[in-house]
Design a protein. Structure first.
Length: 202
């Protein structure tokens, strides 16, 4: 019983869990698979049970704009599902992932009648709003150089784990722009560069 092992439904009793399982199904995705496309509508609430997912938006200049990533367990796009509006972005599996799809028209009544689950739903929405605020702040007010420095402060070893092209994508810049920023930051003494590994200068 997947629902019993999911933290979002800790407040559900046995009968509620059985009802939840009856209105849902599990779907497995391989890395790179699309879970849903921007503009699609859905009657399902998506719960990421295992794996990781990235949320991206179509962009004429970059091809797509990276918004954020989600790691299990997490709700995916709960706000448009709740509002019954089209998805504002595309969800794509980064790793092999397992997703529970719940019929939201039925689940909504269960959600509203269970305070614990309602609280977790609201908390998840607030976290997504904070992520959106951070994204807007970064894209509007941060230069390419500041984006690189901020990323290194949060994930100091990211250049050891990911390729430059992947990092550039996360920062919503071209690989060429990333290379120029790294070169400039190195010249300014803000970072050290050994091969392809970039680190903040201590």
């Amino acid at each position: 019983m997947w629902a019993k092992e999911c933290k979002f439904f800790d407040g559900f009793g046995e009968e509620e869990l059985r009802r939840l399982e009856a209105i849902s199904f599990i779907k497995n995705y391989n890395a790179g698979d699309i879970i849903f496309f921007e503009g699609e509508s859905s009657k399902f609430l998506h719960i990421l049970l295992s794996g990781s997912v990235e949320i991206v938006k179509a962009n004429p200049k970059l091809g797509e704009l990276y918004l954020h990533s989600l790691a299990a367990p997490s709700m995916i796009a709960e706000l448009p599902t709740f509002e019954e509006s089209p998805y504002p972005a595309t969800a794509r599996a980064v790793t092999d992932s397992k997703v529970a799809k719940i019929d939201f028209s039925v689940f909504k009544d269960m959600l509203l009648s269970n305070p614990d689950t309602s609280y977790r739903f609201i908390k998840s929405l607030i976290q997504k709003i904070k992520i959106l605020e951070g994204f807007i702040q970064k894209e509007l007010y941060m230069s390419a150089d500041k984006k690189v420095l901020e990323l290194l402060r949060v994930q100091h070893d990211i250049f050891e784990k990911q390729k430059h092209i992947e990092i550039a994508k996360k920062l919503n810049m071209t690989p060429e722009t990333l290379s120029r920023s790294i070169k400039k930051l190195k010249e300014e003494g803000a970072v050290t560069v050994v091969g392809k590994v970039v680190k903040l200068k201590s």
